[in-house]
Design a protein around this ligand. Structure first.
Ligand code: DP6
Length: 414
């Protein structure tokens, strides 16, 4: 091992759940969408990706470890390269804060190889936007490592977008839009923009029902390419539906109007899954358990005489249920009633677990939801997460490292 120093930083990044969905690419090379989308950034206390990035002249090649396992050939992967090289191009001089001495000149970062080690605190590729958190954490860790500076606001999100489209929205907290762009030849205007930060509507809550934690059948990338090629409904959606919904949902979020926010969220999830069914051959992301959750939540809202819960499903069977602080225990208790506890740590948050177990559901509500045909069965839902909206990526300075600072080799074990 040569004596060249190893520079190292660790960042965490959140996942996000779209309420107006991105589905379909306008330009595969730049990874840009056919329509705008918007999402809620989830709290990293519950779900996050944690990534350590190290750079050194002593490293022989770029290397990547995901959840403790090395990914062979990662350095040639187009998405990985776009993120690493994209941030490297914005590097600045690294200066010793005490002496003012330049330790690394900005042009010298590129001469080094990088080692990256990343893990998720939630199931990978189960439709819980793990790629969004993963690429956002990669861009964030690289940013902190090389002291990168944006040349225009939102530039880092254009880099994360090339890792995974939805990752661009994970670079900000709260409620975040991805403007599709397209006026610039290099698509530098296809970027994320924060609509409101995580403190704007602090009462928003999410309950996530993990219907399956296995890897999904059709990846988003291949699914959306078949949809673009075959679905008339997707064309109609991009041309005539999404821009109106974007305007309405951003307004609803800013006005804290849960009725409109929830209605648009559910309608857009349903339309996204309708475009999947309209794809030829069709793609099925929701299963019968997912659909039973939809029926129960509609029955719940109807019983309440107001919209108290709103579901949304990404490219997988898991339900993300948005609600408000004042109803979240009722929503959680209702879900626990129909999808009873299964195994240890069924409920991510023990305090929330105690509250929903103690909550007495209204008899009328049980009557109303029973009519959906659902009877309580354990095992079809593997886990319940309780979470809220949270901030964008964080620099972790408290010595949480996934790489050994002396050797640059992975230390993370699942
Ligand atoms: C259904 O961002 O995973 O979650 O850009 O090909 O990596 P790539 O796709 P990805 O697609 C996410 C699709 C979605 C909707 C959304 O998050 O907007």
């Amino acid at each position: 091992m040569s004596s060249s120093p190893i520079y190292i930083e660790t960042a965490s990044a959140p996942t996000n759940i779209a309420t107006i969905k991105y589905w379909g690419k306008a330009d595969a090379k730049w990874n840009t969408p056919i329509n705008d989308s918007v999402s809620v950034t989830l709290d990293q206390a519950d779900l996050k990706a944690v990534t350590t990035a190290a750079a050194s002249l002593s490293f022989e090649k770029d290397r990547l470890w995901l959840n403790g396992v090395e990914e062979e050939g990662a350095a040639e992967n187009k998405r990985f390269r776009a993120c690493v090289d994209g941030v490297m191009a914005l590097a600045t001089d690294k200066v010793d804060p005490k002496t003012g001495e330049v330790l690394v000149k900005k042009e010298d970062w590129k001469k080094m190889h990088v080692h990256i080690s990343s893990y998720n605190t939630f199931p990978t590729a189960a439709g819980l936007a793990s790629s969004a958190a993963g690429y956002a954490a990669l861009v964030a860790a690289m940013m902190f490592l090389v002291g990168a500076k944006e040349e225009y606001p939102g530039q880092f999100s254009t880099i994360a977008r090339q890792g995974s489209g939805s990752a661009c929205r994970s670079l900000y907290g709260g409620f975040v839009a991805w403007r599709k762009g397209g006026d610039k030849p290099d698509w530098s205007d296809s970027m994320a923009q924060q609509v409101a930060d995580e403190n704007h509507w602090p009462e928003i809550r999410a309950v996530i029902m993990v219907v399956s934690d296995e890897k999904k059948d059709t990846s988003s990338t291949s699914g959306m390419s078949t949809s673009v090629a075959t679905s008339e409904l997707l064309k109609h959606r991009a041309a005539n539906v999404v821009s109106k919904r974007m305007e309405a949902i951003e307004k609803a979020f800013l006005a804290k109007d849960f009725e409109s926010f929830g209605q648009l969220t559910m309608a857009d999830s349903n339309q996204f899954h309708a475009t999947c069914l309209d794809t030829y051959p069709p793609i099925f992301y929701m299963n019968d358990v997912s659909k039973s959750i939809i029926r129960i939540l509609h029955a719940y809202n109807a019983w309440a005489g107001e919209l108290r819960s709103a579901y949304t499903y990404d490219a997988g069977p898991n339900a993300v249920i948005f609600t408000l602080d004042k109803y979240v225990v009722e929503v959680g208790a209702l879900m626990l009633h129909y999808y009873p506890e299964f195994g240890e740590n069924y409920i991510s948050n023990p305090e929330f677990g105690t509250k929903i177990k103690e909550f007495k559901l209204d008899e009328g509500l049980l009557e109303a939801t029973k009519k959906t045909g659902r009877t309580p069965v354990a095992g079809q839902v593997k886990m319940m997460y309780y979470t809220k909206s949270g901030p964008g990526p964080q620099l972790l300075t408290d010595q949480i490292l996934n790489l050994d600072p002396k050797t640059g080799l992975n230390t993370y074990k699942p």
